[in-house]
Ligand binder design. Structure first.
Ligand code: EPU
Length: 338
């Protein structure tokens, strides 16, 4: 076991921002059974961080503990009545799972094609895109409790999902390691083209009755168009969450800024497009040192090549200050800051 632990490992290739940071120690987990071994040897009583695809993390300094890199693989399914149950290992690449489901004609994941990251991370932040959210297809996950050394199962309600949030980001933060996820995919589920950009792109391609493959392809094309490719431009997708504010505050904002981009969020709240707020503050496409705000989507911060995590963090604070000053709204970072 001790041989599996490497010391002083560079994290630069293991985070999609591509920032340099060194982990004091590192272990790659290719099978679940390594986790109880780590527990036996008290590795979880020291600082540790669980890394998946590294697509939602910003290292602002060297990591002083153990990086646990989840690399187990495997996808299986069975069908019961009209429902497909698909179980994927936590280390599987999310987009590979999307295409597995498309290839088998299992609906539900196609609107979330090309979201970076791994299966194990998908419930943690309840990933979502183009009118679909993980919580609607999540059945359960298997997770290792680093406090007791036992495996346990979380069902949908246990995860307390909400917009880009779950119990794993709140009360159970850092405690469980998700080793596999089961998705529940009703085979009759309707294809969802309600998101404007999907409709427009389908129309442009002359597709009137799209199948799952069409949707996954269209969503992938929209993402490629709008979002920078992390393999060429360091980034972690949306850096901020779309803020959800009380209706009363929203009504006041609407008077001052009638163009504000917003979506209903229940009876008492409104969700505001953070990208719009940031753009209004003049940040879209702007660069400072080695950090740039993406030209096609102001929610995304990019590394021009040599940025440090601390530098990206500083720019994000400046953006948050400007939005707070201009609109009275406090943005929250979606990316994990370490
Ligand atoms: N907008 C602007 N300026 C911008 C960006 C957006 O004015 O620079 C306005 C536009 O009116 C646009 C609207 O905001 O129509 C919505 O933009 P978009 O469709 O890009 O969606 P978003 O709310 O900015 C969210 C997710 C994305 C996801 C898209 C599509 C969050 C934090 N982000 O962005 O997720 O791809 O919807 O569903 O919820 C990610 O999490 O990494 C991510 C990219």
């Amino acid at each position: 076991m001790r041989n599996c632990i490497q010391e002083s490992v560079s994290l630069q290739k293991l985070n999609t921002f591509g920032v340099q940071a060194t982990a004091k120690s590192y272990v790659s987990i290719t099978k679940e059974s390594t986790l109880p071994d780590l527990y036996q040897q008290r590795f979880f009583s020291q600082p540790f961080f669980v890394l998946g695809g590294g697509s939602n993390v910003l290292f602002t300094q060297d990591y002083p503990g153990l990086i646990i890199h989840i690399n187990n693989r495997g996808i299986q399914h069975f069908i019961e009545g009209n429902v497909a149950y698909v179980t994927a290992a936590g280390g599987e690449v999310w987009n590979d799972l999307v295409w597995y489901c498309v290839d088998h004609n299992f609906p539900g994941l196609e609107n979330m094609a090309l979201i970076p990251g791994t299966v194990g991370a998908s419930p943690i932040q309840n990933i979502g895109a183009y009118g679909q959210e993980l919580m609607h297809i999540f059945h359960s996950c298997r997770a290792f409790d680093t406090q007791t050394g036992q495996f346990t199962t979380f069902n949908n309600a246990d995860c307390e999902f909400s917009y880009r949030d779950s119990v794993f980001k709140r009360t159970l933060r850092g405690r469980y390691i998700i080793t596999s996820v089961t998705y529940r995919l009703p085979l009759q589920a309707a294809i969802n083209t309600s998101y404007g950009a999907i409709e427009t792109e389908l129309h442009r391609r002359g597709i009137a009755t799209p199948n799952l493959r069409d949707i996954a392809q269209v969503v992938s094309a929209i993402r490629v168009e709008k979002l920078p490719d992390p393999t060429t431009v360091g980034n972690a997708g949306s850096f901020f969450k779309n803020p959800i504010i009380p209706k009363s505050q929203f009504q006041n904002l609407l008077i001052a800024s009638p163009q504000i981009v917003h979506y209903p969020a229940g009876d008492h709240h409104e969700k505001i497009a953070a990208g719009w707020l940031i753009e209004q503050c003049g940040w879209k496409g702007k660069s400072v040192g080695q950090v740039a705000v993406w030209k096609n989507q102001a929610l995304v911060l990019t590394n021009l090549g040599e940025a440090s995590g601390a530098e990206i963090y500083r720019i994000s604070s400046r953006i948050m200050d400007d939005v707070a000053h201009t609109f009275g709204i406090t943005l929250e970072r979606e990316v994990n800051i370490l």
